[in-house]
Design a protein around this ligand. Sequence first.
Ligand code: UD1
Ligand code: CA
Length: 474
Amino acid sequence: MRKPESKTKAMRFAIAIMAAGKGTRLKSKRPKVLHAIGGKPLVEHVIRAAAQVVPAKDIVTIIGHEADMVRKAVEHTGVRFVLQAEQRGTGHAIQCAKEALQGYDHILVLSGDVPLIRPETIAQLRDFHLQQKASMTILTAVPDDPAGYGRVIRRTKSKPDVKAIVEQKALSSAQNKTEREINSGIYAFAATDLWANIGRLTTDNAHKEYYLTDLAAMLVKAKKRVVAVKAQSDIEVLGANTLAELVALDADLRMNKCRQLMAAGVTIFKPETCTIDAEVEIGADTVLEPCVQITGKTSIGEDCRVRSFSVIHNSRLANGVMVRPGCILDEATVGGGAILGPYAHLRPGSEIGEGAHVGNFVETKKTRMGKGSKANHLTYLGDAEIGAGVNVGAGTITCNYDGVNKHLTVIEDGAFIGSDSTLVAPVRIGKGAYVGAGSCITDDVPADALAIGRARQAVKEGWVKARKSKGSSQ
Ligand code: UD1
Ligand code: CA
């Protein structure tokens, strides 16, 4: 049996993201939409929000300035791209996407530099647009300071109907004071009306550009319905045109993240000094001291403490880990109850076992350290496999690199490495073996053996006195 067909055909929506501009006001070599807030490029925030409203294949990102760089940064999201080779304004940007946007009934337009927009708000704009049967629907806000934004002029204050959008530069000084409802740069268009009119835009304005905003008055003149809807919060429609504005948006995102973590049982002292990326996970009863950075896909267990000035990136910490001040962790794994630092540097591939200690000025790289092992002071452990219960004395160095290749050092369970030893890889220290302080170990040491690789000490009694008396006789 055939399913009954629904009476109204489902509306087909596409989202266009304008991301081709240079961002002259940032005074930066980097394209604006690639500047990061919350650890991610502006345009990626916008794409992520859009992708929760329509599938990635229905999202068209318009790129132009440093197009290859922008495309590379976000192509993992699966969106489509359109090139706006010359940036001749927002109206021109959408015109460049016309072909790619054929076959859709409505087009939602987002700005690549308005990054905090939420998927719920995009959906709210879409629904309002459909409900109003509008040709163009403009998302707006009334922020404390409307400077720098185009203003939406309504026919009457209480109705959604719009007369026009007036760009900041075209406002009279009286309008500048009275017109406080800003254009967010986010719109919904009925596709037919959009494509029928976009070719009629002109560059008759301060920047000699094709303004998408001019469509509002143009559609009104053509007796089409143009309406505005306010976003629920101002912050999500704020654009980032200067580095100061970018930093303010970043701070807002970071503070939100801190609030979420605190609501889930994490104590964060002075959260305004902490930088925590969106995807970071932290368990309850963990305490973060002021001035820590936790970025990338880091996860931290419960009952940990991260002391000040530590920087943790893409790492996994189990429960009860103590990170003393000034540690740097990058792609490291740390077992429960381990103690790190102060000033430990765990480089990629460091796997620190349960209850292990990696102390002051100790650097590890591609090194596994077993349960309860300790390297407490001034040590480099690179390309090493260290068993459980090993004691690595102060100043121990694995000489892992011969100038061409890297080699492995193995230290088996319970071994003891005396201070200031160099272990020349490839080399193996057997289970329970001892290495005398100050040794240079070039050959394997069997289990339970003592290896001493240093010059014998010579003592010459009375030598100093003899030398001095010799000197004075000259
Ligand atoms: C625009 C609006 C303004 C609104 C503000 C909201 C116009 C003319 N003005 O101004 O009313 O208040 O956004 O943030 O649209 N872009 C392109 N190609 C271009 C030009 C721009 O893709 O040729 C992109 C930019 O990369 C940016 C977005 O469009 O992501 C907005 O451009 P921008 O120059 O920042 O516009 P505003 O001056 O902020
Ligand atoms: Ca802007």
